[in-house]
Ligand binder design. Structure first.
Ligand code: AHR
Length: 552
């Protein structure tokens, strides 16, 4: 694909960003631009909930054991058994919320197994054990329950986030749900469960607000119809005491993009009276970009692509699949609004990311672990920008999953650790948290390419903008694998005083970090000579960019 003015600018391209990254302050070119971004400061869209920058930690293979939990007696530096390097890295990204213990695992989990004296906790066959053949350690197959509610809440406290617990609706009775809430939230000394918590060293209540009520209840979470699940949801959530806390329940959303599930659930809930909707905080939406077959199959295994071996068409294919997020958000929001007319219920995108076929795992035996590349960084930036553009709709979002899994921010094994390109994107985008999302209109020429003999296209530049006091943050991705893009940025309603640019890219689209090469893909920050209402910026090919501009 040859972009407009590409020929004229080829030479400048090489000098342009390379220089900007490695030596001088990023230049604000005064020439014409390929693209244009209008930041409309007087069009606020809503506050970006920090909970949009959430994480997912399932008891699945190497996520908990080896990833988060190394044990108090480990030679790996730890804080009460929790990997110290993970704590240190996570503090940098301001992780607002973390979901545990699943996923599908949640509907097989008895929370009581994970509390009480550690030497008395039972060992159980892990829900995911079928996929963890040797050399996976035994803890991946047989859950030692060493990491339970207390340890998880402590992990959240150490990283500065809040817990989001997913309750078992398939295989435990509703009574066990409100007992778990009682264990977590009843004040010190008031109940037998509060005493049990205190005996474990946690006198003060955990005050857990967010509770998932089942997971993927159309499938692993009980194989219900939407109507059956709605009845169960009402039963599980009615009259659960909060012990002085507001409880926010999250209902299990659709299978993929199934509109029938969303409509069926909301209609059934409301059949008992519209006020029933008030008992729902969030509607879970899961979206994995897994089918890279370019329309050839819908088979879950055959449709997947490779995490490391891909060509530019595969690159665009993952982004196209991931980009469906925005239409899913809009479609399900609209359907929810048919019943929930004042939009009380928020969307909770508590699982998102690309999902590749096995084979790229850094630690052999770690089930569904994959090695994130620059492609996944661009995917993640694109997705977080999408959430930022819909602050009124999205209450929570959790990237799947935090460590040693799918779109992981971190990879770890024993004493080895690295931050993936996805982890760097989360650190860059943390500046959006709690800021006011403002409308930013991106117009850029589309990318055109050959998709199996048929012409295909993908958008050329997209992102989001937010304002916190006088700090404007603009993030965007240039998905073009080989061409940089120069954009004119018009700040409507203010003047830039100073700024800085952070860019995550690499010369190779397959670039990734490993235990041996921890810094193959890292962001670089440069000062911007930003003055006045208009700026030009060159977005390098295959990049995630953050521009921070201080306004006069
Ligand atoms: O993230 C892995 C699995 O994917 C989760 O357990 C489940 O909810 C989803 O299908």
């Amino acid at each position: 694909m040859i972009r407009r003015r590409e020929f004229l600018r080829r030479a400048a391209a090489t000098a342009g960003f390379a220089l900007a990254c490695k030596s001088s302050p990023v230049a604000w070119a005064q020439s014409d631009s390929d693209a244009r971004v209008d930041v409309l400061l007087d069009e606020p869209l809503g506050t970006i909930s920090p909970n949009i920058y959430g994480h997912f930690t399932e008891n699945l293979s190497g996520v908990i054991y080896d990833g988060i939990w190394v044990g108090e007696n480990s030679k790996v530096p730890n804080v009460n058994g929790i990997r110290k390097e993970l704590i240190d890295q996570m503090r940098k990204i301001k992780p607002a919320i973390v979901r545990f213990p699943g996923g599908c695992f949640a509907d097989s989990y008895d929370w009581r197994d994970g509390i009480g004296p550690v030497d008395k906790r039972p060992r159980r066959t892990n829900f995911w054990s079928f996929g963890d053949p040797p050399p996976a350690p035994v803890t991946h197959r047989y859950d030692p329950n060493r990491f339970g509610t207390n340890e998880f809440v402590q992990f959240c406290q150490l990283i500065g986030g809040q817990p989001y617990l997913a309750a078992n609706l398939r295989s435990l009775p509703a009574e066990q749900f409100y007992r778990w809430v009682e264990y977590c939230n009843s004040p010190a000394g008031t109940t037998t469960l509060a005493d049990e918590r205190a005996a474990a060293g946690f006198k003060d209540p955990f005050n857990v607000r967010y509770w998932g009520v089942g997971n993927e209840s159309w499938g692993c979470g009980g194989n219900f119809t939407a109507q059956e699940y709605a009845v169960e949801y009402r039963r599980f959530t009615t009259w659960v005491p909060g012990y002085g806390n507001e409880l926010s329940f999250i209902a299990s959303g659709p299978d993929g993009d199934s509109r029938e599930w969303t409509r069926g659930f909301f209609e059934e809930i409301a059949r008992k009276g519209k006020e029933q909707i008030r008992g729902i905080y969030g509607w879970a939406l899961h979206h994995y970009a897994w089918n890279l077959s370019r329309g050839k199959t819908q088979d879950w295994n055959a449709g997947k692509g490779d995490a490391l071996k891909f060509d530019p068409v595969d690159w665009y294919e993952v982004l196209r699949e991931g980009d469906r997020m925005e239409s899913m958000i809009n479609a399900h929001w609209q359907i929810m609004g048919e019943t929930d007319t004042d939009h009380h219920v928020k969307l909770v995108v508590d699982e998102w990311g690309p999902w590749y076929r096995p084979g790229s795992e850094l630690t052999p035996g770690d089930q569904i672990e994959q090695l994130p590349t620059l492609r996944d960084a661009v995917f993640s930036g694109m997705t977080l920008d999408t959430f930022n553009r819909h602050p009124e709709k999205i209450g929570i979002a959790c990237c799947a999953q935090l460590i040693n899994c799918l779109n992981s921010l971190y990879l770890a094994h024993e004493d080895k650790f690295c931050v993936t390109p996805v982890g760097h994107v989360f650190q860059m985008y943390a500046s959006h948290q709690a800021a006011q999302s403002v409308r930013a209109e991106f117009s850029a020429p589309s990318i055109h390419y050959d998709r199996d003999g048929k012409p295909a296209s993908f958008w050329g530049l997209k992102g989001s903008a937010s304002l916190l006091e006088k700090n404007l943050v603009l993030t965007a991705v240039n998905p073009d694998v080989s061409h940089e893009l120069e954009a004119r940025i018009m700040i409507r309603g203010a003047q830039a005083k100073s700024g800085q640019a952070t860019v995550l890219t690499a010369s190779n689209i397959h670039a990734h970090n490993t235990f041996a090469q921890r810094e193959a893909v890292v962001p670089r920050t440069e000062k911007l000579e930003a003055r006045g209402p208009n700026l030009n910026f060159r977005f390098p090919a295959a990049s995630v960019v953050k521009l921070e501009v201080q306004l006069a």
